[in-house]
Design a protein around this ligand. Structure first.
Ligand code: HEC
Length: 273
């Protein structure tokens, strides 16, 4: 009977939480792709915490190092695992069939993830893992942006244990819909809207709260996730860095050319007037 009740409570609990999994508007990542120190920190986080499972097979270490302003030695020291050569693509050694067996689904290559998901989604995904007591969850975690995600919360050591605290739902409220996320001090709020019998709407606020501290304070963790997303955005379109650098010279040339033309124009018309 006790077990039956426990399962019932878990089921009810996860259905409340799962309500948040749908079309939640993400937080704003506010990244800056020209911020090299941020890109370097992001790359380091990536090789330490993500590359074990997710390859970036379109990127080579030496290219990443150069783009991020590191020389060959720094690239080797900061980004390279012992077995890799600097000219190799950023692959993983885990065979995909094994990975699929361990996680239920093979961890995808993340070369283009920033293009398909967008920076805001990625940032929100990385900050909204929470512990989920549901016995059906293999790693005892879930995620607001990606309901029933197959990935363990590999950054829990940094973030700490985050819990999902559902807000009060008024009696008779129906049609509860997730609306968006919001940061309030150390917590992340999940806004939901519900409809009352008289047709009016009420707001329900669920809270994601770190209940067991990790190595980083919540604001520091969020800033580290911004660095990581920044790096993934760069990886999604490495040419953007070059283009932005080139853009500066193009604009400078145009300004110079305009001044030259103006001088020429004056010179031509001087004799006419
Ligand atoms: C232990 C292996 C493992 C590690 C380490 C890991 N992931 Fe994952 N990740 C997975 C698996 C498995 C999935 C597939 C989840 C699913 O589809 O349910 C996944 C999915 C994802 C997705 C969603 C992809 C999609 O389909 O939209 C993103 C984004 C992601 N991971 C980012 C990261 C980042 C960033 C890191 C480093 C902080 C990381 N992962 C570390 C195993 C891992």
């Amino acid at each position: 009977m006790k077990r039956f009740l426990a399962v019932l409570i878990c089921l009810g609990w996860s259905s409340i939480v799962l309500g948040a999994a749908g079309g939640v508007a993400p937080l704003e990542a506010r990244i800056d792709i020209e911020d090299s120190p941020s890109l370097q920190r992001g790359a380091q986080l990536y090789v330490n915490y993500c590359l074990g499972c997710h390859s970036l097979s379109y990127m080579r270490y030496d290219r990443v190092g150069r783009d991020l302003g590191l020389d060959a030695k720094q690239t080797e020291e900061n980004l390279l695992f012992a077995s890799d050569r600097i000219t190799e693509p950023m692959n993983i050694s885990m065979p995909p069939e094994k990975a699929a067996k361990w996680f239920g689904v093979a961890p995808p290559d993340l070369s283009l993830i920033a293009r398909s998901r967008g920076a805001d989604w990625l940032y929100s995904y990385l900050v909204t893992f929470y512990s989920d007591p549901d016995p059906s969850r293999p790693f005892k975690v879930n995620n607001v942006m990606f309901g029933d995600v197959g990935m363990p919360h590999v950054l829990q050591g940094l973030q700490g244990v985050q819990e999902y605290i559902p807000g009060d739902i008024p009696n008779e409220a129906t049609n509860i819909q997730p609306v968006g996320l919001e940061i309030r001090a150390d917590d992340i709020l999940v806004r939901k809207s519900a409809t009352m019998p008289d047709g009016s709407h009420v707001e329900i606020l669920d809270t994601l709260k770190v209940v067991q501290a990790g190595e980083m304070d919540p604001s520091i963790y969020r800033s580290a996730m911004r660095d990581l997303v920044n790096f993934l955005v760069y990886v999604g379109e490495p040419a953007r860095l070059e283009r932005q650098a080139l853009g500066f010279w193009v604009v400078l040339f145009l300004v110079f050319f305009t001044v030259l033309l103006r001088a020429l124009y004056k010179e031509y018309w001087r004799d006419v007037h």
